[in-house]
Design a protein around this ligand. Structure first.
Ligand SMILES: Cc1ncc(COP(=O)(O)O)c(C=O)c1O
Length: 380
């Protein structure tokens, strides 16, 4: 089976994790602090808070943005369901925005259509690593007094206006799940612009405790922590951070390889795109994708054809998967009042994620392309 993704982990990650274990410090400690510092150095973010997942990073971002019960938050339905679920964690209501016909991201036009008087914040996703039109969206959010949160779960290593995603907005949330391009097993990072907000969220990550574990460890006398508000345990471990530090050092190589593999797919499938049979992912004018997932869209046949093509690929040993889900099409969120989301539904039922991983060979890619072409011919 050619897998959809295979994390690029090696001896350096194994050694780093073992060193953390041997040090005896396995929970959040000096390696987490070093990982956060390195993340800031590479992305240009002012503050970085390592957490247990992107989902918990989004929860903290919403708290930091001051979103509360009774508020509404615009989100793309076309995203992994965590983007929508996080809004419920603060008691607010998600409002679904549609996406662009040509790219799986919200735009100013689709956000405008979703806006209600209760909206206080917007979560946009750089879906499958493809950068959204952030500058225009940020200007629109400023005009409407809405806090902008970037769900960059898939977008470590993608760029906007020549800079890595991570420092463009007040809050940017990342995932390090193994399905992403940089992994710590489980894990996430929240970058924050405001120092006071960052300090509060850093405390909320560990039960809103007034002193960190490192400070307690280094203290020579009795330390009595205080707890000013209700916090959470959203910590990352030092074992994870040790792996993350090695992975950050490999980020440029990871992205270069993914972009080269994406370019091969684009060249090999260009005739089908030109004929209008497929929509292929391409960089927008304002940024570069990390191609976290290479998602194609079948331009005819709807869900039954997509599912048949997927089944044929899997039968052929190709670990392809459905492209991008839509939260409003799942039972958990189907009852929520919403406007029409035609482009979201089109993407959700017609997209396919093709295998793309660092150690993928030319032969692997040729096998995927041959199987895809055969499946498309067999399923007209
Ligand atoms: C767009 C998006 N947001 C959030 C998440 C959740 O990330 P995590 O599993 O790290 O909580 C994912 C994971 O797939 C995602 O794709």
């Amino acid at each position: 089976m050619i897998p959809i993704i295979k994390p690029w982990l090696g001896e350096a990650e194994a050694d780093a994790a073992a060193a953390a274990v041997r040090s005896g410090w396995v929970a959040q400690g000096p390696r987490v602090a070093a990982f956060e510092a390195q993340f800031c150095a590479q992305t240009g973010a002012a503050h970085a808070i390592a957490v247990s997942s992107c989902t918990t990073a989004l929860h903290l971002a919403l708290i930091g943005a001051g979103v509360r019960a009774g508020d509404a938050v615009i989100v793309p339905s076309l995203s992994f369901i965590a983007t929508t679920n996080a809004v419920a964690y603060v008691g607010a209501a998600p409002v679904f925005a549609d996406v662009d016909p040509g790219a799986p991201n919200v735009t100013v036009r689709t956000l405008e259509a979703a806006l209600t008087p209760a909206c206080t914040a917007v979560i946009i996703a750089h879906q499958v690593g493809m950068p959204a039109e952030l500058a225009a969206i940020a200007a629109w959010c400023a005009d409407h007094n809405l806090t902008l949160i970037e769900d960059a779960a898939c977008a470590i290593g993608s760029t906007l206006d020549g800079r890595l995603i991570g420092a463009h907005s007040p809050f940017v949330a990342f995932s390090f799940h193994p399905r992403k391009v940089l992994t710590t097993g489980e894990g996430g990072m929240l970058t924050v612009r405001d120092p006071v907000v960052a300090d509060r969220l850093r405390k909320l990550r560990q039960h809103a405790m007034s002193v960190s574990a490192v400070a307690r460890h280094e203290a020579t006398g009795v330390v009595l922590p205080t707890f000013q508000e209700v916090g959470y345990n959203y910590r990352m471990t030092d074992i994870q951070a040790a792996i993350g530090l090695v992975q950050l050092g490999k980020l440029d190589a990871i992205i270069a390889r993914r972009r080269a593999l994406a370019a091969s797919y684009q060249a090999a499938l260009a005739d089908l795109a030109k004929a209008g049979a497929l929509l292929l992912p391409v960089d927008p004018p304002w940024g570069r994708s990390n191609y976290q997932t290479f998602v194609i869209r079948l331009e005819s046949g709807g869900q039954s054809r997509r599912d048949a093509v997927l089944a044929a690929l899997i039968d052929d040993g190709i670990g392809a998967g459905p492209g991008i889900m839509a939260a409003h099409m799942q039972p958990a969120w189907s009852a929520l009042a919403r406007g029409p989301l035609p482009q979201t539904e089109r993407w959700a039922v017609s997209s396919i994620a093709l295998p793309l991983y660092h150690t993928m060979t030319q032969q692997d890619q040729a096998d995927v392309i041959t199987a895809l072409r055969a499946a498309l011919v067999a399923t007209p």
